[in-house]
Design a protein around this ligand. Structure first.
Ligand code: ES4
Ligand code: ZN
Length: 326
């Protein structure tokens, strides 16, 4: 088979993607105008110049500020449809999409507006873009456990639209165990479970997410390599890790892409995948992340094929669906 090129990118599944992190400056200004929201940036160029981050928190501050332009069902549909078009152009055939309802309900936007808008785009995704989709609702770990429980409760009318729950936002100081109760409740409702762990937080947070929350996949998991016993466990239990290489560079979890532990993680037998996290902020969509690691880490074609195969293996797809997507 010919090598993937820009025209025929490698078919992949994207498993770590925050839909609010796909808000490009141009769409942010368009929605600001449509909704009468004033952004504290002169133009898209001035906004792009603000995309220099010291760490996760400095990114989150801008991420939460900018999503203040999202208000209507139409806004959320437009956001998701724009992402799906870009993802499809970069080879994504299946996308499992995170959203942060608390970041919207806190601004007075009802959770139904968010889920209805995203749902409209997702419902048309296969026909419009050839991308199958899943929706994963994330709890903000720097908010309270009670707020997470209230969010799950508020989402129950829309349960049919949700595949799973996740945990994101500022990691350090907010260990997974804080959310034991809401994860147990989500599991009882039949929802799948993932959580961000080991992005900035210690490897112990990865272990805790597995043991206390019962997650099936770890988002990031970058720092797993600091704990050999944990690596053995992740390999043995085939726990997928959803790595986001360009994100790790922009948020300074790794100094430069050439230092990324991805090749060592593959060599250790970990089920790692490549994803884009917040592509509008971190300099690239899924295909851009594959291209960047291929070049900076000099990955061989068979390693790229392994990463792509891992992405479908780690997806929340039924077996027959998985065969059709590949
Ligand atoms: C996120 Cl990169 C990252 N980490 C944690 N939470 C997030 N929310 C959006 N992007
Ligand atoms: Zn993330």
């Amino acid at each position: 088979t010919p090598l993937p090129t820009a025209e025929t990118p490698l078919p992949t599944a994207e498993l770590h993607l925050h839909i609010e992190g796909t808000l490009e400056p141009e769409l942010a200004f368009a929605l600001a105008a449509r909704n009468g929201v004033r952004l504290p940036y002169a133009d898209t160029e001035a906004l792009r110049r603000a995309y220099r981050f010291e760490d996760l928190q400095s990114f989150l501050d801008l991420y939460y500020e900018l999503m203040g332009v999202l208000h209507t069902v139409q806004d959320f549909e437009d956001l998701a449809d724009a992402y799906l078009a870009r993802a499809a152009a970069q080879g994504v055939r299946h996308a499992e999409i995170f959203f942060d309802p608390q970041a919207h309900t806190a601004r007075g936007v009802p959770i139904g507006t968010v889920i209805e808008g995203l749902g409209r785009a997702l419902d048309r995704s296969e026909e419009r873009h050839g991308v199958s989709t899943r929706l994963i609702m994330c709890f903000l770990r720097d908010e309270s456990a009670e707020s997470a429980l209230a969010t799950l409760e508020a989402a129950t009318p829309y349960l049919h639209r949700l595949t799973g729950v996740g945990l994101d936002s500022a990691e350090v100081g907010h260990p997974p165990a804080k959310f034991a109760e809401v994860y147990a409740a989500a599991g009882a409702l039949g929802l799948r479970k993932v959580a961000h762990a080991g992005e900035e937080g210690p490897p112990a947070y990865i272990t805790e997410a597995l043991d206390v929350l019962g997650v099936e996949r770890i988002d990031h998991g970058l720092r797993a390599m600091e704990d050999p016993a944990l690596v053995d466990r992740l390999v043995r239990d085939r726990v997928p890790l959803t790595l986001c290489p360009l994100s790790n560079v922009r948020l300074r979890a790794v100094a430069e892409l050439a230092d990324h532990p991805l090749p060592a993680m593959l060599a250790a037998g970990l089920l790692v995948t490549v994803n884009s996290d917040d592509p509008a902020y971190f300099g690239g969509y899924a295909g851009d992340n594959y291209d960047a690691v291929r070049e900076a880490l000099r990955l061989a074609p068979e390693q790229l094929r392994e990463l792509a195969a891992n992405s479908f293996r780690a997806a929340f797809l039924e077996d027959d669906e998985e065969r059709r997507t590949r």
